[in-house]
Unconditional design. Structure first.
Lengths: 110, 117
């Protein structure tokens, strides 16, 4: 199972919006609504930010939103804040009953 | 509140085995799954496998089939992840992460396993 494809890095200024894409295939992202997104700060464990494509866990800011079109899922962060600077990973369930992560995207808040 | 407390760092020789524990608290243990994910130094996340904490059933990524074991002890709410035939490429932080069948929703603090001669 190949990793999902994410841009290596994205950047934005405080207050702006950014979108991170996550491209898979019909065997993972396109085939199931089990796409999740995780935020990871340096030296810390990942934190769930979005589950089942577009749902936010309790306690996660509504500045974070998720969507999917075909084989590509997206994470949008609006009103960028300095604390959003982190690595972001998408993940999907797959037809082989495994799960797969994206390669990760480093977000810089300039 | 949910807590996942993992065992401490390990240093192993190539060819050896390692077992990492993950003790859960703050929720009903058998109502969830436990995923295991590893992260090599400076690299991304890699899903290894998952165990159904009720039935004990497991699923693994193909590359870990036969080399990784997942077991649970419901009396102590602890999950164990074992890896045998360790090689240098297995050096990584290993995370347990509770959740549902399809994705993890809460992660442990991670356990660094270093494989070196």
């Amino acid at each position: 199972q190949s990793a999902l494809t994410q841009p290596a890095s994205v950047s934005g200024s405080p207050g702006q919006s950014i979108t991170i894409s996550c491209t898979g295939t019909s065997s993972d992202v396109g085939g199931y609504n089990y796409v999740s997104w995780y935020q990871q700060h340096p030296g810390k464990a990942p934190k769930l930010m979005i589950y089942e494509v577009s749902n936010r866990p309790s306690g996660v800011s509504n500045r974070f939103s998720g969507s999917k079109s075909g084989n590509t899922a997206s994470l949008t962060i609006s009103g960028l804040q300095a604390e959003d600077e982190a690595d972001y990973y998408c993940s999907s369930y797959t037809t082989s009953t495994t799960r797969v992560f994206g390669g990760g995207t480093k977000l810089a808040v300039l | 509140q949910v807590q996942l407390v993992q065992s401490g760092a390990e240093v192993k020789m190539p060819g050896a085995s390692v077992k990492v524990s993950c003790k859960a608290s703050g929720y009903t243990f058998t109502t969830s799954y436990m995923h295991w994910v590893r992260q090599a130094p400076g690299q991304g996340l890699e899903w290894m496998g998952v165990i159904n904490l009720n039935s004990g059933g497991t699923q693994f990524a193909q590359r870990f089939q036969g080399r990784v074991t997942l077991t649970r002890d419901t009396s102590t709410s602890t999950v164990y992840m074992g890896v045998n035939s360790l090689r240098s490429e297995d050096t990584a932080v290993y995370y347990c992460a509770k959740g549902g069948r399809y994705y993890p929703d809460y992660w442990g603090q991670g356990t660094l396993v270093t494989v070196s001669s």
